[in-house]
Design a protein. Structure first.
Length: 330
């Protein structure tokens, strides 16, 4: 039977039931004080969640153990990359579906990936799940000084602006720390000139492996947070036909490098427009791709009903099938 412990974690002996300990003259007589409020813990409202999470961590540790699952034991950080990406996209699909149960299931699969990586790291002595949790907890406290400190933030825009400034300050401190330790870590940082220390930038820290659409979105979003943005949607949308005209001129010139550059500028402007409208361009493009898939497959089905393959249909008839598919598959 476990001993009872007080809030400080020390073993405490309680007087028999029905007896009250006498207080000194400085105490408030024999009145019982109400316990002070404390954050939910294992014995508080969050106890069930804490136990469930601990059980999941223990389960993955067992699967990775000597008598565990051969497949789990074989995995590494690198071999799990594909699964992490797949689970992320499945979460996005579940969100789009509006199915709460499906979303809960997919979020569980994604959470497992975090626990899986934490277990691998713990075995190698790199970090633990507790360090992951404490890291994000302390980061949220640091980056919300308007909640946990004395800073002021009147609206969400100021919150985002402060967030980016705090991130930049954190990167500066990290750079100084790395310089003092001789590690010279300049990962994702702008390079200074004439041997000077790397220049700090709000665009530092973006993962190099981001898809191009997401990279453009993240860069323009960071710039907008400090005020470098278009004045209106109308002025931004005027940029799209301007970039299209420049692409047409490049095509007439016939220079592949210039065509690629102008095509990139047109795509970048489209991403920026989506960002200005508070839309994630990656998600918007994925939805457009799915819509194209549904309509194209509808075209194939309609052609098949006529005893033809779509590739055998004339272009004019393809256009008719396309228009018909808009009504049959939205």
């Amino acid at each position: 039977m476990a001993r009872k412990r007080n809030r400080g974690g020390q073993t405490k002996r309680h007087p028999p039931a029905g007896r009250q300990r006498k207080r000194g003259s400085g105490a408030t007589g024999g009145r019982n004080r109400r316990p002070a409020e404390r954050p939910a813990g294992p014995r508080g409202p969050g106890g069930k969640t804490g136990r469930a999470f601990a059980a999941l961590v223990a389960l993955e540790a067992r699967l990775r153990g000597p008598k565990g699952c051969p497949w789990d034991r074989k995995q590494t950080h690198r071999t799990l990359r594909t699964f992490l990406l797949e689970e992320t996209y499945e979460v996005l699909e579940a969100i789009d579906s509006g199915d709460g149960r499906k979303l809960a299931e997919e979020l569980g699969d994604l959470l497992l990936q975090v626990v899986f990586h934490a277990q691998i790291a713990r075995e190698r002595g790199r970090f633990t799940i507790n360090e992951i949790i404490e890291g994000i907890r302390s980061k949220l406290v640091r980056r919300h000084p308007h909640v946990f400190g004395k800073a002021q933030a009147r609206h969400a825009g100021e919150v985002l602006r402060n967030w980016e400034l705090i991130k930049a300050q954190e990167r500066q401190r990290e750079a100084r720390h790395e310089g003092q330790n001789g590690s010279g870590g300049s990962k994702g940082r702008s390079v200074g000139s004439k041997g000077r220390a790397p220049a700090e930038s709000l665009l530092d820290g973006l993962p190099k492996g981001l898809p191009a659409t997401l990279e453009a979105y993240q860069m323009t979003r960071r710039a907008a947070r400090i005020g470098f943005d278009w004045d209106s949607l109308a002025s931004l949308l005027e940029k799209l036909p301007e970039e299209a005209r420049e692409l047409q001129r490049a095509v007439k010139q016939g220079r592949d490098a210039k065509i690629e550059e102008e095509a990139g500028d047109l795509l970048f402007a489209a991403v920026n427009a989506a960002r200005f409208l508070k839309m994630d361009p990656e998600i918007a493009l994925r939805r457009a791709s799915r819509k194209f898939r549904r309509r194209f497959q509808e075209m194939e089905q309609r052609a098949g009903e006529k005893g033809k393959k779509l590739a055998e249909v004339k272009r004019s008839e393809m256009e008719e099938l396309w228009e018909a598919s808009k009504g049959g598959a939205t």
